[in-house]
Unconditional design. Structure first.
Length: 277
């Protein structure tokens, strides 16, 4: 499995430290998985915090609207020979051990069924106008009854929640000028490839906003993760009054702040105070 898939944290030159922090949690909760931090650029003079995480500098100019994503990923994907990537945004943090056996079997299943995209978040539950279609498998997987075939018209056809991509398929649909937001909302130019097989699962991996006590009891699918940043700032009650101290991502963020002693760090200040009065 380790030779077939690589874990990719996509970031940009302004958030490499955030990606490092998130990737460190993936490293903590996984075994023998290669992790890459992929950025349009790695800032000059940046001191890498982890020797066992690889950093990729695509040499692409930063674009404030995110249009550097396409060219950055194309450059990166052309530089590797792995069959699959597990793509994560730089603010996705694991909160428990990866079920390595289940992940290995999922990779085997995806390869056997020749799946192009597999999403870990059930976007059908909140965005699809279409009835769920269980995917009819010819290959065997213990969880395949929970796998859903995505409709080409789904709003989040290629959601950027954690997902496994066949490397060649992602290369096929990407072009320079595509942003992460374009991929997430799957703009029309990305929907022309009708032969792309996109699945997601109806089991739970995404824990953001769940009560922290409930989150601990869920038998999650392969890995459990939370988002820690929304609209450029940490998802905390003092920043967003709709959030609660009882939510799991709030606990995770508090632990991160204490563990990393970010109080005097410029990135932390941005994540805590950006857009606040």
């Amino acid at each position: 499995m380790e030779s077939e898939i690589v874990v990719v944290y996509f970031t940009n030159e302004n958030n490499v430290e955030l990606a490092e922090m998130s990737a460190s949690y993936f490293k903590k909760y996984s075994k023998n998985l290669k992790i890459n931090i992929v950025s349009n650029r790695i800032p000059e003079g940046h001191v890498k915090k982890y020797d066992d995480i690889d950093y990729f500098d695509a040499g692409v100019e930063f674009d404030s609207s995110g249009k550097h994503f396409g060219e950055t990923m194309i450059t990166y994907l052309n530089s590797i020979n792995h069959d699959y990537i597990l793509l994560l945004c730089d603010d996705y943090v694991l909160i428990d051990d990866i079920k390595q056996k289940d992940l290995r079997e999922l990779i085997q299943y995806i390869s056997c069924e020749d799946i192009d995209y597999f999403g870990f978040d059930d976007t059908n539950s909140y965005s699809s106008k279409f009835p769920k279609q269980p995917y009819k498998s010819s290959c065997i997987n213990n969880y395949s009854e929970h796998f859903i075939l995505k409709n080409n018209d789904d709003e989040y056809l290629y959601s950027v929640q954690p997902s496994i991509w066949k490397r060649k398929s992602l290369l096929k649909i990407l072009s320079a000028g595509i942003s992460l937001h374009d991929l997430d909302h799957t703009i029309e130019s990305l929907r022309v490839y009708k032969d792309i097989i996109a699945l997601e699962n109806s089991l739970k991996s995404h824990m953001t906003y769940l009560n922290k006590d409930i989150a601990k009891t869920i038998d999650y699918f392969i890995f459990a993760y939370v988002e820690i940043v929304r609209h450029g700032v940490f998802i905390l009650p003092e920043i967003n009054e709709n959030r609660s101290e009882d939510e799991i991502q709030v606990k995770v963020i508090r632990d991160i702040i204490n563990e990393y002693e970010f109080k005097n760090d410029a990135l932390l200040c941005k994540l805590l105070y950006q857009n606040r009065p």
